[in-house]
Design a protein. Sequence first.
Length: 307
Amino acid sequence: MRIAIMGSGGLGGYFGARLVQGGSADVHFIARGQHLEAMRRDGLRIEGPEPLHVRSPSVTDDPRQVGVADVVMLCVKLWDTDSAIEQIRPMVGPQTAVISFQNGVLKDRSLRAAFDERQLMGGVGYVATTIAAPGVIRQTGPMQRLLFGEFDGSRSARGQALLAACLAGGIKAELSTEIVREIWQKYVFLVGLSGTTTTIRQTIGPIRSNPQTRAFLLDVMREVVAVGRAHGVNLPEDYAQVRLQLADDVSPEMTSSMHHDLQRGNRLEVRWLSGGVVELGAARGVPTPLNRAIADILALYADGSGS
């Protein structure tokens, strides 16, 4: 199975390395800048609970060199989606599965406008990582998981093949028949984690331990659940409480990629995360005051003006 990783940062680089380790897939990384140069020179290193060194990855900045892939994993930041779609076109054939493992629930809009619905699968990735240095990805907690599936709920042959490749690499993967619900389930947690860690500028440990910030985290997630239910997503009414338990179970040092981006003066994905909750809530008449506050608080930093 030929797998192309479009965006070889924290998520794409981590799971791509695991796929290489598994040995049952032909994995190609698309990267750029210093990260690309370091991967060519020194390989790709994963630091953390399960260290790994891919010494000679197949890496390029030109997707045309890869050719048509069986699976294209889209792992770029959300603001790069439109440009990434144009870049991956040479890798997408009639039978190719394009899977966005990006954040949020708005991520598949552009893909649906660019490709046939039959070329798309849904995806969700869970991993706490950061680029420690060019060519080096640090995993900051033990959680790692990939979920993917056809939007029509079928268990396709291509989904089964990707599952086998993931499992061979030690990835905790699952082929889902309810991928839309899975995407929203992550969205609930991610909006809460990203919104609180970035506005409060702390890791999850202090936030979940303080009664006032813990209540804020829970209520932010409650708004996401209410919006999802209003859009017909099968989420239990008390699902935010379930996600709060996940927040209690992860490493106290865990934070969000958006928090890392704020610290580094990079652009933020807030428009698609808390901002997406506000947009989708307004479409169904669901009030989202806390997510509106998060989006407003971070508005001056959204374009990368620094912390």
